[in-house]
Write a protein that binds this ligand. Structure first.
Ligand SMILES: CC(C)(COP(=O)(O)OP(=O)(O)OC[C@H]1O[C@@H](n2cnc3c(N)ncnc32)[C@H](O)[C@@H]1OP(=O)(O)O)[C@@H](O)C(=O)NCCC(=O)NCCS
Length: 404
């Protein structure tokens, strides 16, 4: 049986949605649910595989933008809703869809793609690497735990009808300030703020921080275990802002009555909870998670788009088994990067990596030296490693904060 990948038509998207739901062990959407979820699908960006008349595999993406070190913003495919029917797995359907999607992304002129992985061993083979990470944090709900000197700004709660328009505007203004930040679509906001929590139905706390230049941070939190009246945990599902804004928002959430603890997942690795609290042990890290899986679809464009630290030139060989045009030797120097030769040519590389391992360093999450030390990169010339560290160094820790 030949199983070919097709671009799905608009009237096939509900079947794709149902298939994906089943793949992640969820029931199909009812009519109202589908009416809302249909907005998550961007025209012409959903692929599927049929066995006879039956859809057995699907993957989609929506257009977004990704902030890279130095402040440039690249068009990005946000890959999502990838699923294969349980009775058709492990026969190459995902592989076929990934190839079709990568070709499509390249043809659209989107030099990068990112996704969130349900399991960590699926996407490396397609050139995706972990490019941002987060940590889960739980802290006692007691605002007096804050050091008096820690930032304390003005925080207000939003009314239900204000939540999406106000937060959408703030997010659009601030999210791309940090490498790894992405833009959100209307559909993302419309459907349960990216499926984390339905602000139309649940009781949520939506808080905004106002700094010197106006509104510059926000948080959405809700009581995950809303039985009984007290002793419960407040789940933070969205929290953005600089250190001053996030400190003020954490302080606010920790001061809400009838709550015992506040917890959040995928917080930036450099969020300084321990520095904000008089008792640093009141904040407990309960997990570490991969966040952004990044695929450099057009390596020359992506490498040229980001900034580099001052360093003597580095010659880096990149291997890409799926998109061969990316393979080659790149010279990173004087704050820029360009391809200077093919693999195995005259120009001898000092360092070598595959495209997924390049993604791990691209936004600044991992240093070349740690990737060499752990076998992700190799260093034909070990002296180049410290130069590569200096070139790829970034000012802050990359982070996205948008689940999709
Ligand atoms: C994950 C999923 C999409 C894989 O689809 P698939 O059609 O079985 O994948 P393929 O047959 O193309 O597999 C390609 C390779 O990846 C490996 N692979 C696929 N899924 C894997 C997994 N979950 N863990 C480890 N390896 C996996 C396969 O073994 C195969 O390896 P090989 O080339 O060495 O033989 C499918 O199992 C699924 O729908 N899972 C549930 C939903 C889900 O997790 N979706 C992803 C959301 S991000």
């Amino acid at each position: 049986m030949t199983l070919a990948v097709h671009r799905l038509e608009a009237d096939e998207l509900r079947a794709a949605h149902t298939l994906f739901a089943a793949a992640i062990h969820r029931p199909p959407a009812n009519d109202a649910g589908w009416a809302a979820s249909a907005r998550l699908y961007s025209p012409g960006r959903t692929f599927g595989v049929h066995a006879g008349d039956m859809l057995v595999a699907t993957a989609t993406s929506f257009p977004s933008d990704l902030a890279v070190p130095g402040g440039a913003v690249l068009p990005m495919a946000a890959v999502t809703r990838v699923g294969v029917r349980a009775d058709h797995t492990r026969r190459g359907l995902l592989t076929a869809m990934m190839r079709a999607q990568l070709d499509d992304t390249a043809a659209r002129g989107e030099p990068v793609a990112t996704l969130r992985a349900s399991e960590a061993r699926i996407y490396g083979r397609f050139g995706y690497g972990v490019a941002t990470r987060g940590r889960s944090v739980r802290v006692r709900a007691d605002a007096t735990l804050f050091r008096p000197e820690a930032p304390r700004g003005a925080v207000r709660l939003l009314e239900r009808g204000e939540i999406v328009p106000v937060l959408r505007e703030i997010h659009a203004r601030i999210a791309l300030r940090r490498p790894g930040g992405i833009t959100r679509t209307e559909g993302w906001w419309a459907v349960g703020t990216g499926r984390r929590v339905d602000v139309e139905r649940e009781h949520v706390l939506a808080a905004v921080h106002t700094g010197q230049q106006g509104d510059d941070g926000f948080a959405i939190a809700y009581l995950a275990d809303a039985n009984g009246v007290s002793g419960r945990s407040l789940d933070v599902v969205d929290l953005h802002g600089d250190v001053g804004a996030t400190a003020s928002l954490w302080r606010f959430l920790m001061g809400v009555d009838l709550v015992e603890s506040v917890q959040a997942h995928l917080r930036p690795l450099d969020e300084p909870m321990e520095l904000l609290l008089a008792d640093p042990r009141a904040s407990v890290v309960t997990g570490n998670e991969d966040e952004t899986w990044l695929r450099l679809v057009d390596v020359p464009v992506a490498l040229a788009a980001r900034s580099y630290g001052a360093a003597e030139p580095v010659l880096l060989a990149v291997h890409d088994g799926l998109l061969e045009a990316n393979s080659g030797v790149y010279r990173i120097a004087d704050g820029s990067a360009e391809r200077v030769g093919p693999l195995g040519g005259q120009v001898r590389p000092e360092l070598e990596c595959t495209v997924d391992a390049l993604a791990m360093a691209y936004l600044g999450d991992r240093r070349p030296s740690e990737l060499v030390a752990t076998g992700w990169w190799s260093a034909p010339d070990p002296e180049a490693v410290s130069r590569a560290d200096a070139a790829f160094a970034t000012a802050g820790t990359p982070w996205c904060g948008t689940y999709f």
